[in-house]
Design a protein around this ligand. Structure first.
Ligand SMILES: [Zn+2]
Length: 416
């Protein structure tokens, strides 16, 4: 039976969990049941959920990695690659279907509106003051700075993210996305800074950005001038199919940004895949990307510039040495930020609360309430889960969840 299920999933083209699903029937089901909100009071008032806030001021809580997705079925300007809605491209189609299910976005009002509605509902289960930072997502661009729609799985325009945030500033802040090869990248940066964007988001392997290219220098200088941090993915990327440039996820490529003085937040602490030791001039992918990230973290000159972000590190395919290290290394904690990578915590096969217990990260009594919470609110689940994780007695520090001040922008004298 197991084998036929396995084949079924592979047929669906579900590469999402990096193979983990192929070996375990998903503990928490295939599809998010999208239970009717709000979260039942007894669950919200459960000691496990309440105690997650111990030592944390909700006003300072930020989820720094929340995707704003959609189908472009409103005036959002969202672009979706045709393959995402084409059953004949199962690898993309199934992913998109899972993201829509994870976010319970398919409503009568359409997907764009459904997505925002559901996410807003999720945030309403958080105490007043806690906010999610919504991400824009720029097109893939070629080396001449021209957008390439065919190589872009999707695009969420900055003006749309800004508008969603303006509609609900009590719950949301925003992070813009700008491809650095764009001719107008510096002008666009100025525009989004004026519009209140707190950071810039890149996904280099998918967007076609080589962070070590001199083509980025102008943009790096502008980031420093405006004191805007760069949230950039590192490590291998599997959230979209057919990624051409995994090598752009090598954390060592970020030296160029750091050496310019850019504050860099490395998404997922680069906890996936193997990279080349470019410091030694090697082209062979022989070291884990996480080890390369660890190397950068150990360099004194980057102490104030380099940061890590812990979204997705609790996913089934990532539980391992990286998660143990980030829990154990409390000397890093003041440099780490929390994100959920929503809607991924709603993709049911990607997480197994039970496995986190089996592997020694979570108390047995936490498993059932967390599983139940996840069926109502994957964003809150992600936070409560991380607050109860521990490895050999070491847990995440509260500062990781209080990122508001990190994004406070002190004006530099050179800024007009
Ligand atoms: Zn993400």
């Amino acid at each position: 039976m197991k084998r036929s299920r396995r084949r079924f999933l592979q047929l669906l083209g579900l590469g999402l969990a990096g193979g983990a699903v192929a070996y375990n029937w998903p503990h928490e089901g295939i599809l998010n049941p999208c239970l009717k909100m709000p979260v039942p009071t007894d669950l919200l008032e459960h000691d496990l959920v309440q105690s997650a806030w111990d030592g944390i001021n909700p006003n300072n809580f930020r989820d720094v990695h929340t995707h704003l997705l959609g189908a472009g079925d409103s005036d959002s300007g969202i672009y979706l690659h045709p393959s995402m809605q084409d059953v004949l491209s199962p690898a993309q189609y199934v992913r998109f279907k899972f993201y829509m299910n994870a976010s319970c976005a398919e409503t009568q009002d359409g997907i764009d509106r459904g997505y925002v509605y559901q996410l807003t509902e999720h945030m309403e289960s958080f105490p007043v003051g806690a906010k999610a930072m919504l991400l824009g997502f720029d097109y893939n661009h070629n080396e001449y700075g021209v957008a390439d729609k065919d190589k872009s799985p999707f695009q969420t325009p900055n003006h749309y993210v800004q508008k969603v945030v303006q509609d609900n500033p009590a719950r949301f802040e925003w992070i813009a996305s700008i491809h650095p090869y764009r001719e107008d990248c510096v002008e666009e940066l100025e525009k989004v800074v004026h519009g209140g964007a707190k950071a810039i988001k890149w996904l280099p392997p998918v967007m076609g950005i080589d962070p070590s290219s001199e083509r980025c220098d102008r943009f790096y200088a502008a980031l420093v001038k405006h004191n805007i941090p760069l949230l950039t993915h590192a490590g291998d990327e599997h959230a979209v199919a057919g990624v051409e440039n995994q090598e752009y996820g090598n954390p060592l490529l970020l030296r160029r940004a750091l050496d310019h003085g850019v504050r860099v937040i490395v998404a997922h602490c680069a906890s996936e895949g193997m990279g080349a030791d470019l410091d030694k001039g090697s082209n062979e992918k022989s070291i884990s990307n996480f080890k390369l990230f660890e190397r950068l973290m150990s360099e004194q000159r980057y102490e104030k510039l380099l940061h890590g972000e812990i979204s997705a590190m609790t996913q089934l395919n990532r539980i391992g040495p990286a998660l143990k290290t980030v829990l154990r290394r409390d000397d890093w904690h003041h440099r780490l930020l929390n994100g959920s990578d929503y809607p991924l915590p709603g993709v049911m096969p990607l997480f197994s609360t039970q496995t986190l217990h089996d592997k020694g990260y979570l108390k047995a009594t936490a498993v059932e309430p967390l599983k139940e919470l996840r069926r109502f609110n994957p964003v809150l689940y992600d936070f409560v889960l991380k607050r109860h994780l521990a490895w050999k007695g070491k847990a995440f520090s509260t500062s990781i969840f209080e990122s508001k001040n990190f994004f406070e922008r002190k004006k530099t004298t050179t800024e007009g």
